[in-house]
Design a protein around this ligand. Structure first.
Ligand code: NAG
Ligand code: NAG
Ligand code: NAG
Ligand code: NAG
Length: 347
């Protein structure tokens, strides 16, 4: 079992999309009546200062805003992590990633629809699923996303039982280019206060691989033959959702989602689909056009390549997030070898 961190987000997004397929809400519908906490949140005068004075939000927040990070939310957990002393992350054995509402609750960076910003929208997506269905997010994911993909309940959880904890992969911190040292768990699942669609999942790599496989097969899992999502919504996931201004003012601006606070994949064309990043022109390792991808804090990475028919996951359990040494020396070279081997199309 690996801690998925933000790799959980794609499950939360697919769960919310499933609610659309079930007729519980529409993609353009407001979410505010279901999420009173979100409805009350205000907007910072200074978008980047968590302690800034605020003013009331102007504009509605829809399901689409949650799935595209355009609701204007900041990401309170990332502000908390940014304030930690990097030394203490290495030397202090305590978990440091919060397990309560301080992950998502807080002031917004902007009004809805102005910018793309990596924020608390994913957690609110999970809370919305629970509000719409009266079922816990973990149970909903199990029933509607994992069971149809042939994944056993024991291979995904928001809270680990003793059998799962015995299978937990240890976490590590890079202290130099040549050295990783073990550390105690980053996320304390024994004290979770909510099932976090933003970062709370644990799972096995094969479970998550199976859970994503239907995305390159129009929503039907290719082995079980069961439909997970409608082909219409799967197609929308791979369709660019952001305006040019949202790309320029958001995706192409320095982001807390990047390793060093810089621009994500500078120089590579980017868009956002429903629930994850899109590479409209592919990626240098060989990924095809409109590959959908995201990752988690502990270097857990996934991508779904509909052009070449590839779902690939590359997971470690180490920080810093999006570690360039892991990417350059391990992940991207293996990815290149696989794309070289399969050529331009698997089919
Ligand atoms: C949602 O709104 C978009 C544009 O505003 C429109 O193209 C689309 O048809 C709407 N979808 C639904 C399901 O109402
Ligand atoms: C959330 O947990 C953190 C510890 O991770 C604690 O410092 C904080 O007070 C808690 N916040 C709330 C809103 O419960
Ligand atoms: C959830 O519970 C509320 C109130 O208890 C009820 O109105 C609603 O129909 C339930 N929703 C579902 C999907 O069961
Ligand atoms: C990783 O590769 C990128 C692109 O080739 C390069 O810009 C960067 O300096 C490399 N970083 C490390 C730590 O190897």
């Amino acid at each position: 079992m690996f801690w998925l961190a933000s790799h959980t987000k794609i499950l939360g997004a697919m769960a919310l999309l499933k609610c659309i397929d079930m007729g519980l809400i529409g993609i353009n519908d407001s979410v505010l009546e279901h999420l009173p906490g979100l409805a009350k949140e205000e907007v910072r005068l200074d978008p980047n200062d968590p302690s800034s004075a605020t003013q009331p939000r102007v504009g509605d927040i829809t399901v689409r805003n949650l799935l595209t990070f355009t609701a204007g939310n900041a990401y309170p957990v990332v502000d908390i992590l940014a304030a930690l002393n990097p030394e203490s992350i290495v030397t202090d054995p305590k978990a440091f990633f919060p397990t309560n509402k301080s992950v998502y609750a807080g002031s917004h960076a902007a009004n809805p629809n102005q910018i793309w910003r990596y924020g608390a929208e994913a957690d609110y997506s999970g809370l919305l699923v629970e509000a719409l269905t009266n079922v816990s997010l973990g149970q909903f994911i199990q029933t509607h996303l994992l069971e149809p993909a042939g994944v056993e309940a024991k291979d995904f959880a928001f809270t680990l039982d003793s059998e799962q904890r015995a299978r937990l992969v240890g976490q590590h911190v890079r202290v130099s280019p040549d050295m990783l040292i073990p550390r105690a768990p980053i996320y304390d699942d024994a004290h979770i206060k909510f099932e976090s669609a933003g970062a709370g999942g644990f799972g096995t790599i094969s479970a998550l691989g199976q859970a994503l496989l239907h995305l390159i097969n129009q929503g039907i899992h290719p082995k079980t033959g069961k439909r997970v999502l409608s082909s219409e919504l799967v197609a929308q996931m791979f369709t660019p959702q952001l305006s040019e201004a949202q790309v320029e003012n958001g995706l192409n601006q320095p982001s807390q989602a990047s390793n060093d606070g810089g621009v994500l994949f500078p120089g590579t064309p980017k868009q956002w689909g429903l629930g994850a990043l899109l590479f409209p022109e592919g990626f240098e390792t060989g990924r095809g056009k409109f590959t959908l991808a995201w990752a988690g804090f502990t270097n857990v990475n996934w991508h779904c390549d509909i052009e070449k028919g590839v779902v690939m996951l590359a997971w470690s359990q180490e920080i810093p997030q999006d570690d360039p040494i892991y990417n350059n020396q391990t992940r991207y070279p293996i990815e290149r070898v696989i794309y070289d081997a399969i050529g331009n199309s698997f089919f």
